[in-house]
Structures are given as structure tokens and as C-alpha cells.
Design a protein around this ligand. Structure first.
Ligand code: ADP
Ligand code: MG
Length: 231
């Protein structure tokens, strides 16, 4: 599903550089990426998402070389194959919970917002206990409810790859636990691949494999219980 080889990426503005010799993630794997704040986790996620492009090395997603694509092609790949959950949740406040869940269809003209999509959104909202507030503007939801909407939005279009950037870090313990349960459950059901960044060591047993990032060095990438090497 994902393969990074001999990657180097550096921000022009500061001295930070990220390096990954080899990171290979199989379809359906659930990967946690851990590391201290500022170690490069978000940078790694953005390289996988094709938001950033490495200065050398290759990023491949579903057999396509993301690092060699145009901006437009990378955006299209992102919109068609990936669902993203953000640290800051990032809903559109004046849209309802339901409309926020359906945003992947609004921003991607290749996906049609048909009745099947609408039904999937309703089912997801029901699953996460938000049926009663699905018509409410996102600004009127609690943090926990907002992130459940964010998770539904990431999964509604049935992406093969879900990328989550510390999705529970702005939640209290109880909401964090239920948001993680939900994310894992939905990902398991859909068979999607999950790459989630987290600070919370207690969450690690829920994942197939842990990748560590320390001061820009990506490691622990090819060893592990369920996977190793290139697939
Ligand atoms: P993490 O997600 O692990 O906290 P990041 O990948 O966000 O780490 O950041 C890694 C390093 O890159 C930090 O030192 C940060 O200051 C720097 N950095 C992040 N984004 C940018 C940017 N847009 N421009 C310049 N430097 C950045
Ligand atoms: Mg980060």
C-alpha cells in the first residue's frame, strides 16, 4: 500500500530534515507512528499524503509513485484513495455535522454525492451516536462529537488508506478512548490501511506495528510482528 525508500525531506525555512531509508506498509495494516513533538511525524504523514514531496527518494502509494506526480495528480490521488483525520479536527463550523461528513464528495468532483453516499453518511452518524445532532451546525457540537464527525468524514468515501494526525490529542481521556475505538472499528470493518500518529503509549497495543520517529529519523519501520520488508 505504501512504500518510502531512501527519502530525504528538508524544510527550506529551518534546518529540520526527515530521513527514511525504508518504510513499507501492507494493505490493511494499522500502523502507529510515535515520537516526541517536533520529531517529524506530521512531516512523514504529509509525505505519504503527497502534501509534501521529498527532495530525494521515492514515495509510492498503491503502486503509484506519488513523489513523481504533478500537484494536480497528487491531489487527485489523495482525494480518491485517502481519508484524513486532523489533530485540530478542522470542521466547517457553519455546516451541519451531516454536511461536514459529506465534504469529501463536495471537494472531489470525481465522486458523486448520490443516495448511497448520503445513506452511508447517515449510517456512520448513527454508528457514532450522532444521529440526533446530525443536522446541527458543527459549531454547536462538543469536542468529542466534533472528532467523531471528523472520523466519519475520513471514512465516508471508503478510502483504502486512512491517515490520522494525533486525532485524539485535543480530547479528554474518555472521548479520546471512544474516538480511537471508533476509528479502529471502522477501519477494521472497511479493511482500510491506517497510519495514525500518536503521543499516547497506551494506544499502541491496538496497532499491528509501531514506527518511531526521532529527530527526523524514521525507524522501526521494517521489523515487527505482522510485517517486514517489502510487500
Ligand atoms: P511532529 O508532528 O512530530 O510534532 P513536525 O513534522 O510537525 O513534527 O515538525 C518537525 C520539524 O519540522 C519541527 O522542527 C518543525 O518546526 C519543523 N516544521 C514543521 N512544519 C514546518 C514548515 N511548514 N516550515 C518549516 N519548518 C517546519
Ligand atoms: Mg505533528
Amino acid at each position: 500500500m505504501i512504500e518510502l525508500s531512501d527519502i530525504t525531506f528538508a524544510y527550506e525555512q529551518d534546518g529540520f530534515a526527515l530521513r527514511a531509508e525504508m518504510l513499507s506498509i501492507a494493505k490493511g495494516e494499522k500502523i502507529a507512528v510515535v515520537g516526541p513533538s517536533g520529531s517529524g511525524k506530521t512531516t512523514l504523514l504529509h509525505l505519504i499524503a503527497g502534501i509534501l514531496v521529498p527532495s530525494c527518494g521515492k514515495v509510492q502509494v498503491e503502486g503509484q509513485e506519488v513523489s513523481a506526480m504533478s500537484d494536480k495528480a497528487r491531489r487527485r490521488l489523495r482525494l480518491t484513495t485517502m481519508g484524513m483525520v486532523f489533530q485540530g479536527i478542522e470542521l466547517i463550523d457553519y455546516l451541519s455535522a451531516r454536511e461536514n461528513v459529506l465534504l469529501p464528495y463536495r471537494i472531489n468532483s470525481a465522486r458523486s454525492l448520490d443516495s448511497a453516499a448520503k445513506q452511508r453518511a447517515e449510517e456512520l452518524l448513527e454508528r457514532v451516536g450522532l444521529q440526533a445532532v446530525s443536522g446541527r451546525a458543527a459549531s454547536g457540537l462538543s469536542q468529542g462529537e466534533r472528532q467523531r464527525v471528523g472520523i466519519c468524514r475520513a471514512l465516508v468515501a471508503q478510502p483504502g488508506l486512512v491517515l490520522a494526525d494525533e486525532p485524539t490529542s485535543s480530547l479528554d481521556d474518555e472521548n479520546a478512548a471512544s474516538a480511537l475505538d471508533l476509528l479502529i472499528q471502522l477501519v477494521d470493518e472497511s479493511g482500510a490501511t491506517l497510519v495514525m500518529l500518536t503521543h499516547d503509549k497506551a494506544q499502541l497495543p491496538r496497532f499491528d506495528r509501531v514506527v518511531a520517529v526521532d529527530r527526523g529519523e524514521v525507524s522501526g519501520a521494517v521489523s515487527g510482528a505482522t510485517s517486514g520488508g517489502v510487500r
